[in-house]
Design a protein around this ligand. Sequence first.
Ligand code: FAD
Length: 355
Amino acid sequence: MIAGGGIVGAMTAMELVGRGCRVTIVERGRIASQTSGESSWAGGGILFPLLPWMYGDAVNRLTHSGTRFYPAICQRLLEETGVDCELLQSGMLILPAFDREQALDWCQRYDYVAQSASAAAFGVQSPAGDEALWLPGVSQARPPHVMQAMRAWLEQNNVTLLEGTELKPLSGSGSMHEWETVSGEKLRADKFVVTSGAWSFDLLKETASKLKIKPMRGQILLYRPQRNLEHMVYREGFYMIPRKDGLLLAGSTLEDVGFDPRTTETARDELRAKAVAIMPELAELPILKHWSGLRPGTPENLPTIAAHPQIENLYLNTGHFRYGLTMAPGSAKIVAALICGEQPFLDHAPFAFPL
Ligand SMILES: Cc1cc2nc3c(=O)[nH]c(=O)nc-3n(C[C@H](O)[C@H](O)[C@H](O)COP(=O)(O)OP(=O)(O)OC[C@H]3O[C@@H](n4cnc5c(N)ncnc54)[C@H](O)[C@@H]3O)c2cc1C
């Protein structure tokens, strides 16, 4: 039984089905939609950490593995469900200021192609200087499409989707055989996995007091420019993502405001100013949409992917913070391997349960 139907829960289910397990996902809202700040629907879909040289090797290895698994997953989802995840290797242009030496060193170490480039030649303004860095290998997928495809695949593969069902926080220790819902129903299973995103700590605080997961709100704006970008552009914590159908995302904020999923005028003005600094023509354009999501924030962006040491049959796959869409395929493989008694494909020690 999987607690939470975001990208992490959905991909965990897919991996378990592949190992012959019978799976139920329990979801408070509805899978592949957003009702109260769920993160997966809201994400930008960049399959790469923003400035990966700022993160440790464990984050880089997990995101890298996800990036590698996406083409096969998206191809399979397209063939089996007809839903296109819009995987696109659109590359990313990094505008100054950034630490060029550190960036080039990282690219060499991780075997990533990086080229010096002129921002003007890419048709964008760069307020802090023209000398940008072009990473042609960076790709993106479109999160609402990925989630729709996953939902369709899970239904086709007989995963039970218990939607509109909220689980109660866990208490106690020992061996777990059932999990109670807020309406008092007791759901039985052999194994349980917590994939509840920003809400995971609320579910686990009595049984995992050292788990550090808190909501970190992110807001994004949507435009349809006459001349769209052909590549993703990043500048000092802000990014723009062009979609295949001419839409352009501008995001995102990083806000520590608890479980408040509202969008704000302040963030809209801030994001618009940053977008206009790169593409001045956006000043004249309407914002088509403005949304937010609550990321499962964790120190150093490290998720927990592990068995619970005191509760038999309980596993955690949560806390992927800014890169859950990218990390989900690798993370799902690790937790599925642990559940089925296999050796995970990646060293999972950095994602251990916090004691
Ligand atoms: C603005 C923004 C931009 C982002 N951009 C990117 C990006 O470009 N690339 C990238 O890799 N990542 C990105 N992310 C991060 C990514 O979206 C998250 O890391 C990822 O979606 C987390 O997935 P999840 O399944 O753990 O959480 P969620 O998608 O939040 O899913 C958790 C689910 O658990 C359910 N749940 C919670 N409590 C209960 C309960 N008690 N009972 C039943 N169900 C429950 C919730 O309803 C929810 O559906 C972005 C996030 C935001 C907000």
